[in-house]
Design a protein around this ligand. Structure first.
Ligand code: RB5
Length: 145
């Protein structure tokens, strides 16, 4: 299952992307927000990331206006590797090289069509598993520094 969450800035894109992914046969769980009312993106980032870390969701998608606030909050959580992507190449590369488990999108930056392609690419691309990438990911961990 894939988890998705947004703040008010990403609400409309979250709904559109959820519909798109469901039509493509992806099982999607919506973790909010559930209206256009202004809310705080870190709250939804943490709810979604908890679901990824617990194994409830295999991967997550976070959307705010820029995608930046969501990625900052998500990357504070140990075990989360959140990638803010505005293009398909980055979505593919971050799965192959970084084993990213959360995709962040900026609804005020990236149009709906491109966002759907980015999400689809992110979800279908496997981590390469190459030793050099495994080693580099380990070095992201706090214990390394
Ligand atoms: C909300 O106005 C906006 O600040 C938020 O969606 C996001 O872009 C923050 O990084």
């Amino acid at each position: 299952m894939i988890g998705i969450a947004s703040d008010h800035g990403g609400f409309e894109l979250k709904n559109a992307l959820t519909e798109y992914l469901k039509k493509a046969g992806v099982q999607v769980e919506d973790y909010g927000c559930f209206s256009m009312e202004a809310c705080d993106y870190p709250e939804y980032a943490y709810i979604l990331c908890d679901a990824v870390l617990s194994g409830e969701c295999e991967k997550g998608i976070l959307i705010c206006g820029t995608g930046i606030g969501m990625s900052m909050a998500a990357n504070r959580m140990s075990g989360i590797r959140a990638a803010l992507c505005g293009d398909v190449f980055s979505a593919q590369a971050t799965r192959q090289h970084n084993d990213a488990n959360v995709l962040c999108l900026g609804a005020r930056v990236t149009g709906e069509g491109l966002a759907c392609m980015i999400a689809e690419t992110f979800l279908k691309t496997e981590f390469s598993g190459e030793k050099r990438h495994v080693g580099r990911i380990r070095k992201i961990d706090a214990e390394y520094r």
